[in-house]
Design a protein around this ligand. Structure first.
Ligand code: C2E
Ligand code: MG
Ligand code: MG
Length: 567
């Protein structure tokens, strides 16, 4: 019987739902075939044959073994033999007995890459026959549920195919994206808006990059294959700076692009993605451009990061990490009233490594807590020892990372050692940055409250550096707000920045918090801050961060009157 006739007879088989348009419509979407198998004769009766299966079967075979053979010829080489082996009716029956159904996923080489087919066999209810359904599942596997763009597997497969076909004179790149502050979008606007931001990013990528291929790996990370001619600075800058609008709310967000220029098509697509991602990771927060190309520098940097990570534990043991102390002075008198402890790493090979180079790496890797714990111990040892010797002591602020609050061992340990002495606020203070604070969930936040209840002062670090929001000031009773040095640098340069500083000082005072200005380097900045009632100054104008011994000397030589009075 010819295939067409077979189809007609299926259609007219009986007046049941099988004839209906609904059945035919459903079957159009990815169903390759549906047939019943008679267990004893092994003859099959087809209810539906899709285009692919039609081609596979040619002159319709009706014997189960022949059908399996026909299917096996179309499979990718490594699956052909295994499929014949495992599709024997005995194997099928055994699996149905044990698991209720027989299921295999096989692959065929399609025009645009590999396609996955799912074969399921079950018992037909009330009959001795079995029902076999063969479905194309590549779409489900390869596509992202939210955007319906390619997911990782689909992207890898398609990219391989496109690159193979691409003429040699067309140069292209693989781009990896990251939406800066995406977590904050979800935090401030809710997950639904987060999804809208993802759609907007996708649409913008389509508009400005006209990608040869686009996929979403996860969250805010898209990958695209794009012609190099479209990667102009103008295109990238326009694409990178976005505004999301919802009702009367507006949010600016940046799409960062890490770019890997494809010079060797034999490099695997996953490696290309890794390299584009490294390039994206190399974009620093203080950098203006929102894009970076993968090059030797990015690679060396990555190697350096790996070295730093693997050297950390050893370095802690041999004492390569040291706290430096930067005195903070009273704006009016210039007396030292406190200090900030800042970690320094004297690396045995690389020399002095600045915290900006290793802290983000340790934060990403979850290792920062070891450093912060060490710093707190060192500061407590230093201040308590001086106190015991009746020398001048000022409270020293330590920087805690967001990660620290999620380390119950560290937190319990800290709470225990903090509650041992009633006068602990004289020795230590805690600094958290606004972005770290914004990310704290309820449990983590409770530690901050506990510290505050012990009388330890909590400082809001780098206020004004990122997505500052007034609700941060309102939601927690910070003792001191630290104005970011980015603002202080604009004193005498920008009237707007000056107005913001002035009003932030007033606002903080109104909320019962004191204000420290960070990074004060000039007399002009100091005068401006004095005039506007800023309480404390931290900056090179007075003191740079210094090693412990030197800090001790500074304390010994300065007037202890204020501290004695505070006791
Ligand atoms: P931060 O907490 O905002 O610290 C202030 C930074 O500004 C320090 O940089 C300090 O040396 C620098 N600074 C202070 N006054 C001036 C000035 O007048 N001019 C200029 N140009 N810079 C000034 P540093 O020591 O490189 O630390 C960078 C960041 O690393 C810190 O920013 C803090 O976020 C982080 N950090 C430092 N130590 C630790 C630590 O022990 N634990 C954690 N988690 N983070 C730390
Ligand atoms: Mg700080
Ligand atoms: Mg700071």
């Amino acid at each position: 019987m010819l295939l067409q006739e077979k189809k007609e007879s299926e259609k007219n088989r009986n007046g049941s739902i099988i004839d209906s348009d609904i059945w035919l419509t459903v079957m159009q979407d990815g169903y390759d075939c549906v047939f019943a198998i008679d267990q004893s004769s092994r003859q099959c009766e087809f209810f539906h044959i899709g285009e692919w299966m039609g081609n596979v079967l040619g002159d319709v075979k009706t014997e189960y073994g022949d059908i399996c053979k026909c299917i096996s010829f179309t499979l990718i080489e490594e699956e052909q033999e295994a499929f014949i082996d495992q599709s024997h009716i005995e194997t099928v029956l055994k699996e149905i007995e044990e698991n209720g159904s027989y299921v295999r996923t096989v692959h065929v080489e399609g025009e645009t890459g590999r396609i996955a087919k799912n074969i399921r066999i079950k018992r037909l209810p009330g009959e001795s026959r079995l029902l076999c359904v063969c479905v194309d599942i590549s779409t489900t596997l390869d596509h992202d549920w939210l955007t319906d763009e390619f997911a990782r597997t689909g992207f890898l497969e398609q990219a391989r195919h496109i690159l193979k076909e691409l003429p040699d004179d067309v140069s292209c790149s693989l781009v990896y994206t990251n939406i800066k502050g995406f977590k904050a979008v979800n935090e401030l606007f809710g997950n639904q808006s987060g999804d809208m931001v993802i759609f907007q990013a996708r649409d913008m990528l389509r508009e400005w990059m006209k990608p040869l291929l686009l996929g979403r790996l996860e969250s805010d990370h898209f990958v695209i294959l794009v012609r190099d001619e479209l990667l102009s600075v103008e295109n990238m800058e326009t694409l990178s700076h976005q505004t999301y609008k919802e009702g009367n709310k507006e949010l600016h967000f940046d799409i960062r692009l890490g770019i890997y220029r494809i010079t060797d098509k034999n490099v695997s697509i996953s490696h290309m993605i890794d390299r584009a991602k490294l390039a994206e990771n190399s974009i620093r927060d203080d950098q203006r451009e929102m894009f970076a190309f993968y090059d030797d520098k990015v690679r060396e940097n990555y190697v350096k990061q790996r070295v730093l990570l693997s050297d950390m534990s050893g370095a802690l043991k041999v004492g390569e990490f040291e706290p430096f102390y930067q005195p903070v002075v009273d704006t009016m008198t210039g007396d030292i009233v406190s200090a900030e402890a800042l970690v320094r790493w004297q690396h045995h090979d690389m020399g002095m490594v600045s915290p900006g180079d290793f802290i983000p790496i340790f934060e990403n890797d979850g290792k920062i807590s070891m450093i912060d714990h060490y710093m707190i111990n060192r500061i407590l040892d230093f201040t308590k020892e001086r106190d015991k010797a009746e020398k001048k002591v000022v409270p020293c602020a330590v920087n805690l990372s967001r990660i620290d609050f999620y380390d119950p061992y560290l937190m319990e340990h800290l709470m225990k050692s903090f509650s041992e002495r009633k006068d602990i606020p004289r020795f230590i203070r805690i600094e958290v940055t606004e972005s770290a604070y914004a990310d704290l969930e309820k449990n983590a936040m409770s530690y901050l409250y506990e510290m505050k209840n012990l009388g330890i002062q909590i400082l809001l670090d780098d206020f004004g550096s990122g997505m500052s929001s007034l609700s941060t000031l309102e939601s927690f009773m910070f003792d001191i707000v630290k104005l970011d040095m980015g603002f202080i640098r604009k004193v005498g340069v920008s009237k707007k920045a000056e107005a913001i500083i002035e009003s932030t000082i007033k606002l903080s005072h109104a909320l019962g918090a004191k204000v420290t200005a960070e990074g004060v380097e000039t007399k002009e900045q100091l005068e401006f801050l004095r005039t506007n009632g800023c309480d404390y100054i931290q900056g090179y104008y007075f003191y740079k961060p210094v090693p412990e011994k030197e800090f001790a000397k500074i304390l010994d030589s300065t007037d202890a009157a204020i501290i004695s009075a505070a006791r």
